[in-house]
Ligand binder design. Structure first.
Ligand code: GRG
Length: 294
């Protein structure tokens, strides 16, 4: 199946499942449920949940089982975007092509909406159907570490913030990208594998694949920030330079950054091939991440 078709179909199922898993707008107290839904359904490529589905299916997992896991991860991702946009962090007005959560609902409600999406994520994980208690625990462990302070999303965000306006070297830059963005993407591949009952060799391949596309994703994000427009991105372009952020194009230039992203994508594709024919969508997702324009 073509990757565009695979991704479009997966996205539609993810959106439908997200709708079922999130409290309705009218649920008391309504403001928080409106704010959560606003940001989750503001748009978004759904790369992380699609990755969970493709990774799980590559080792024989069933989509029905993988979907709630995929949606829980999209919720935690949306939480990170809401908090990242807050005035105390990146202070942004636009996300997914619409005003940011705090612009519409106020700062207090945006903080709470982010917190609630994280909480809802873990509620869903503890109730994942058709997987053993041990697998549920392993998945909770993966996601909590990937979004935590040690080599995870918050750790990466802290070093990113503290590096603004400073000259940092290649090692710190790679750490920021791997921790802030790469860790959660790698966790998507690993969690898909766990829910699909991958064996040790398959888990190793999914981990290596996830690490490669995780770093590639943020390098491409850095490039798009320089080469694309606010309209196409749905978020403010040129922000990295304005905030004096350390990025791959700033350190290596756009061409060398593109080369690096290509190398990582090729490595990811080679690794995914080891898994076998059911891993075909993982090859397409790696290409999509490299070629994406938003
Ligand atoms: C606890 C205060 C607090 C913060 C949480 C904010 C934060 C820690 C981490 C930030 C993580 C972050 C926003 C990383 C950037 C990752 C990134 C490139 C996001 C954009 O992902 P896309 O392009 O977005 O997949 P869509 O909208 O398509 O889902």
């Amino acid at each position: 199946m073509e990757i565009e078709k695979y991704m479009a179909e997966a996205k539609q199922q993810v959106d439908c499942c997200l709708d079922e898993l999130l409290a309705k707008e009218a649920q008391e107290p309504p403001t928080i449920h409106r704010a959560m839904r606003y940001s989750v359904f503001a748009g978004g490529k759904r790369v992380r949940p699609i990755l969970v589905l493709a990774a799980g299916e590559s080792v024989g997992g069933a989509r029905r089982v993988l979907l709630p896991l995929a949606c829980a991860i999209e919720m935690i991702h949306t939480y990170s975007l809401i908090h990242d946009d807050l005035p105390a962090l990146d202070n942004d007005d636009l996300r997914r092509g619409v005003p940011t959560c705090h612009k519409v609902f106020g700062e207090a409600m945006a903080i709470l909406a982010g917190d609630s999406l994280m909480t809802r994520c873990y509620q869903i994980l503890t109730e994942l159907p058709d997987v053993s208690g041990a697998t549920r625990l392993a998945i909770v462990r993966e996601i909590s570490y990937a979004t935590g302070t040690i080599d995870g999303m918050i750790g990466g965000q802290v070093v990113d913030l503290e590096s603004e306006g400073k000259d940092i070297g290649p090692e710190t830059l790679e750490y920021i990208h791997r921790a802030k963005t790469g860790a959660l993407l790698a966790a998507c591949a690993r969690c898909g594998g766990l829910a699909g009952a991958a064996d040790t060799r398959q888990m190793e391949a999914l981990s290596a694949y996830g690490r490669s596309i995780g770093l590639a994703f943020q390098i491409v994000d850095d490039i798009l920030d320089v080469t694309s427009s606010t309209k196409d991105l749905g978020k403010t372009a040129g922000k990295d330079q304005k905030m004096k952020k350390a990025t791959y194009p700033a350190l290596y230039g756009v061409e060398a950054s593109r080369r690096k992203a290509r190398e990582l994508t090729n490595a990811a594709i080679e690794t995914a091939r080891e898994i076998g024919p059911r891993a075909e969508p993982l090859l397409g997702i790696a290409q999509f991440i490299l070629r994406r324009t938003a």
